[in-house]
Design a protein around this ligand. Structure first.
Ligand code: M6R
Length: 362
């Protein structure tokens, strides 16, 4: 049932091109430059919207962080990702002009449901973005949008992250077009980038062997650090989370610019740094931060698309440029890296210790 793969996680990583095709199917309207989502809001609601709050936990929170950036940039609306367990609806804001989006692949995460109930209680319009038809979140939110990733069995979220970000990117285009903040031409170009995702992710999967070789080189590291800017930042956080949960190694993600404000003290020749250096993530500045770590002996692994000159890096993994979707493709390298680091150490990858697929306690 693992389709010839050693673990469900690896199977699900390889299912991403299919999952992304499903997420996009019937939703990309290149003629009109719109995202056709089966969503109906009250007349004028999106136009007068002032704030979008995305609430989520763990990997879904990083997808929400990525999406908040997309919404702010195309839909001209204040957007923020908030950890569900920390969420309190701020009564000072206008509940009539707020949309709260609960991002949860299972639809059953207690922290997210509890935050959603707080939003519902404040009279906010709510939307569930989930992988699970009929889940609790779909019954309690006003509307639902499905990410269509198919079942995910590995505890580590992989394809659901890709499908969440892709579906939320469609949502950002939908909201922006309704609000009139994105031209048809710009929407077409963003939609074409999303259409390019399954093929681009396949190109990364075809490089799995080179990632395994890099994992062999660095498997004895004492810690792994991940950095990126803008959309590369949630991807860095997600890369670190994957590695710590399945490999049980110390891994941390930082905003690249923050490295010099403290974490640099941790850097040695035993702490490889993985950096997202692609289009739209301010790669030149990030590269400066990487160089600061290299000066302290840190090996540097970069995910690159040719936007900046990266000859000084120890390892480069290449991705095609797809605008603001590029870091999502870069993330697939980080999934594979975490997988191989864990596999080389013989970890029980599909069922890491102390973790559950669905966390139903607060
Ligand atoms: O089902 P959800 O998306 O609400 O789950 C939230 C987190 O528990 C989940 O994303 C978790 O962080 C991942 N399984 C980690 O890989």
């Amino acid at each position: 049932e693992k389709g010839g793969y050693d673990h469900y996680m690896l199977k699900e990583i390889h299912e991403q091109p299919t999952a992304l095709r499903q997420a996009l199917s019937g939703r990309v309207n290149l003629d009109d430059g719109t995202a056709d989502l089966d969503l109906e809001f009250p007349p004028g609601f999106l136009e007068s919207l002032e704030e979008i709050q995305l609430i989520a936990c763990g990997t879904s929170y990083y997808a929400a962080q990525y999406a908040a950036g997309l919404l702010e940039s195309v839909a001209d609306v204040r957007a923020s990702a908030q950890l569900a367990s920390e969420y309190t609806f701020n009564g000072g804001r206008d509940p009539w002009r707020t949309l709260t989006v609960a991002v949860t692949q299972s639809g059953e995460t207690a922290d997210t449901l509890s935050a959603l109930r707080r939003a519902n209680g404040a009279g906010v319009r709510t939307l569930a973005v989930t992988n699970t038809l009929g889940s609790t979140v779909t019954r309690e939110a006003n509307d639902s949008l499905f990410i269509r990733a198919g079942p995910e069995i590995g505890v580590a979220a992989t394809k659901t992250f890709a499908s969440q970000v892709t579906t939320l990117a469609l949502l950002s285009i939908f909201v922006a077009r309704e609000r009139g903040t994105l031209s048809a031409a710009d929407a077409r170009s963003a939609l074409a980038d999303l259409r390019g995702l399954p093929g681009a992710v396949q190109q990364v999967l075809d490089e799995a062997e080179t990632v395994r070789e890099a994992a062999e080189t660095y498997v004895d590291a004492s810690a792994y650090f991940f950095v990126g800017r803008t959309y590369g930042y949630p991807v860095a956080l997600e890369g670190a989370l994957k590695l710590k949960e399945i490999a049980y190694d110390h891994a941390e993600g930082f905003a690249a610019g923050e490295l010099k404000h403290g974490p640099l003290a941790l850097v040695t020749d035993e702490t490889p740094l993985l950096a997202v250096l692609t289009e739209g993530t301010r790669p030149a500045e990030t590269l400066n931060n990487v160089a600061e770590a290299q000066t302290r002996g840190s090996p540097a692994i970069g995910i690159v698309d040719g936007t900046v000159e990266t000859n000084a890096l120890d390892v480069t993994f290449e991705v095609p440029s797809l605008g603001t979707a590029t870091p999502l493709v870069a993330n697939v390298y980080l999934q594979l890296f975490a997988y191989y680091i864990a596999d080389l150490q013989g970890r029980p990858i599909d069922k890491p210790r102390n973790l559950a697929k669905s966390v139903t306690v607060e």
